[in-house]
Design a protein around this ligand. Structure first.
Ligand code: MLC
Ligand code: AMP
Length: 499
């Protein structure tokens, strides 16, 4: 899909594709707008030939028209995060070398100086969507093979700066096909989409699967607990996907509602056929509370930007809380011990994955790409075991990766940013367990000389450099960081400072 989604869309013609604040848009309108975007991007060129095109557009029709337009023109789509401060956006623009940027009217102002610095052409989204569909006389759009690069999503990891995960059209097609089959997507589905559109959960699972199946995707803004409940209450939604934090927030909001309203919105959930949780561990208490409120048994699944989705509880059959089910169609995975040998049945090991959905490379990081694979198998860094046929995640093998609100954050990236503050001699960032956020980011800081860092000063300093979801939520000033005999900071001891 990817480009295959775009090619397949003509068959869905007048069916509703996107519902956003401006109204309902059918597949024909989406295709016409995407062609307009492609022509504008191509200008006189025949093929963007995998040029990276960064775009910053709010969820809705223009976002999708831009994404599809980039693909039709032969470009690589690089969605920018709406909440990123300038330095993070600048990093992505520099790293991808994007010379074309598309921004919605509301975002153009933020991107002007960045585009200048990147020597990139800045186009306005939406302005082009009113253009007529291609006429018979216009040059044909390029023919895009499935082995071509399609998208770069930035993901934090064990390096201090985020890496660009490159997927081909073929990778995306495999990832989408797998989920459309497993979760039985159909043109009769209508998903309520509340996730950010710079990560795989929102882009692939919720948006592209819907459009690949000819279903409708409602995107009327980001996440707002009351708006979601109101929408459930109005009926007509068949699918919902979210991270555990969203379910926790929905449960909190539901408990605070007047009882008659609570009963009404919960009853509205009857129109849904599937509610999915993923991106972080779903607490069993949340699984149970959700079932008692809505009657729905959440389907928990496991995936990663680099591989798409790999494991899922069944659509039909028992969904076992605390597990991520079984292998999805087309996915091959095995558990390996620390020495790289396949783990004995019943033993824990690191999940290794292969298959057509596995990404191509980290953008311009051949060493990182090489290190991530062992004999063609991608090492996820997640440790699991198989228990009575169901896979159970046990944790990650890096303490420097934090999952907060479903976002993956690198402790090393925050530490590096914080050490640039003149009042900080040293620091350690860890994630501590949290009912609402999964993990909450906290910081232990050693001051420089007589300079005692002030918490709000440090927060402000980081906020101008890092995304809001990467900011520490608690601060502790310490004389020294706990270290082992080798002098290395011991993160488990840092965590204990906060309990
Ligand atoms: C925000 N806040 C946090 C926080 N994020 N506090 C602690 N920890 C965090 N991580 C605080 C803010 O400072 C603010 O506080 C208040 O919460 C509301 O902020 P917000 O930004 O308005 O929050 P909200 O919109 O409610 O965001 C929560 C969320 C969001 C869950 C909707 O985090 C989100 O969209 N998460 C999804 C991420 C995602 O898509 N991950 C998928 C990655 S792909 P105050 O005091 O100002 O009120 C992947 C692969 C796979 O993982 O398997 O899917
Ligand atoms: P990302 O790099 O943002 O794509 O996040 C991928 C990571 O999210 C995986 O490596 C896991 O650590 C985590 N993850 C995804 N789904 C689940 C789940 N159901 N339970 C626990 N962790 C999950």
């Amino acid at each position: 899909m990817s480009i295959a989604v775009v090619r397949g869309a003509a068959a869905f013609g007048a069916r509703p594709a996107i519902v956003d604040r401006a109204g309902t848009h059918d597949y024909d309108a989406l295709l016409a707008a995407a062609h307009g975007v492609a022509r504008a991007l191509l200008d006189d060129a025949r093929d963007l030939a995998e040029a990276r095109v960064a775009f910053m557009v709010e969820p809705g029709f223009d976002y999708v028209a831009t994404q599809w337009g980039i693909w039709l023109a032969g470009g690589v789509a690089v969605p920018l995060c709406l909440s990123h401060p300038e330095p993070e956006l600048d990093y992505v623009l520099q790293d991808t070398g994007a010379r074309l940027i598309v921004a919605s009217r509301g975002q153009v102002g933020r991107l002007e100086s960045l585009a200048q610095r990147a020597d990139a052409l800045l186009l306005t989204a939406g302005a082009r969507s009113a253009r007529p569909a291609p006429t018979a006389g216009s040059a044909p759009l390029p023919d895009i093979g499935l082995d071509r690069r399609a998208m770069i999503l930035y993901t934090s990891g064990t390096t201090s700066r985020p890496k660009g995960v490159v997927t081909t059209h073929g990778n995306l097609l495999a990832q989408i096909d797998s989920l459309v089959e497993a979760w039985e997507w159909s043109p009769h589905d209508r998903i309520l989409h509340v996730l950010p559109l710079h990560h795989t959960h929102g882009v692939l699972n919720a948006l592209l699967c819907a459009l690949g199946a000819g279903a409708s995707c409602e995107m009327t803004g980001g996440f707002d607990a009351h708006a979601v409940w109101r929408r459930f209450g109005a009926g007509g939604i068949t699918l919902f996907m979210a991270v555990p934090t969203i379910y926790v927030k929905l449960i909190q909001a539901w408990r605070d509602m007047p009882r008659d309203e609570a009963a009404r919105v919960a009853a509205g959930c009857r129109s849904l056929r599937l509610m999915v949780s993923g991106s972080a561990a779903l607490p069993v208490t949340t699984f149970e509370a959700w079932r008692s409120i809505t009657g729905h048994t959440l389907l928990e699944r496991y995936g990663m930007t680099e591989i798409g989705m790999a494991l899922s509880n069944p659509l039909h059959g028992e969904r076992r809380p605390g597990t991520v089910g079984q292998l999805l169609p087309g996915v091959v995975a095995e558990l390996r011990d620390e020495a790289g040998a396949v783990a004995a049945p019943g033993d824990a090991g690191e999940i290794h994955v292969r298959g057509p959905g596995v990404f191509l490379e980290y953008w311009q990081r051949p060493d990182a790409t090489r290190d991530a694979f062992r004999d063609g198998w991608f090492g996820t860094g997640d440790v699991a075991l198989v228990e009575n046929g169901y896979w159970r995640l046990l944790g990650r093998n890096s303490v420097d990766i934090i999952k907060t609100g479903g976002y993956k954050v690198s402790a090393l990236e925050i530490e590096e940013a914080l050490r640039a503050h003149p009042a900080v001699r040293d620091c350690a960032i860890v994630g501590i367990e949290d009912e609402e956020w999964g993990e909450r980011i906290v910081a232990a800081v050693v001051g420089q000389g007589d300079n005692v860092p002030d918490e709000s000063e440090l927060s402000g300093f980081l906020a101008s450099r890092l995304a809001p979801y990467k900011l520490p939520r608690r601060w502790l000033l310490v004389d020294e960081l706990p270290r082992n005999v080798m002098g290395k900071v011991t993160k488990p001891d840092v965590k204990r400072l906060f309990t």
